[in-house]
Ligand binder design. Sequence first.
Ligand SMILES: [Zn+2]
Length: 249
Amino acid sequence: MEVGYTCQAASSLRANDDFVLATERFVIVLDGATAAVGVESGCVHGVPWLVARLGVNLAGLLVRDFGAGLVDVLRGGIVATMRDHGDGCDLRNPDSPSTTVAILRCGAEFVDYIVLGDSAVVVERGDGELVVAHDDRTAYLTDRSVEGVSRLRNTDEGFWVASNRPEAADKAIAGSVPLADVTRAALMTDGVTRLVERYGRSWLDLLERMDEHGPRAVVADVRAEELASPPGAYRGKLHDDATAVFCRF
Ligand SMILES: [Zn+2]
């Protein structure tokens, strides 16, 4: 598997809460949730710490047991990261730092993937069919207030992310495609998937664009769309941290 990626902060003034760890055999993409102002997380660490630590823990599990099921890898990564917080953090706090997770692994016979939260994995088969793993539950939250999101996080009524609940791994979208069938694949955080969700592009279009011009081209596209949108057209911040990974088989 040949891998290329870009991981760009929304602004040079803020830390990047996205994180990528890529080898020729697996790719891990994390998108940490930006901490809401004034919310006590019970954690002495920050979001960049969480995504880096979870990323390294997931990679360690993948290296040590390359055939492990990805649900087990994800659960193990969450458990190891909870341990890493140490005694100084209150992991019962529902606002403990959290992150989405997307993993793609190129095994001997299968390409396996898992997605938790609103990042996406797209796998293209030789017959042109696209397998899209994308959990868009955060787009349908019944309450977007700080308190509402805190209440809905890691519940079936709301959405699941990697934080202080190992059972979140069982809520992820996971699957496998025979390696011989796979031609191309991509992983993206929601800073890039908004090209599809907001701006009318197709998943295939994003794959083609990355294939021809590299992952940075789709981040340039999303920045251009954001700047061209009328002020206030979309909820939330103008730009988001944006990560795009392109894999060729
Ligand atoms: Zn902590």
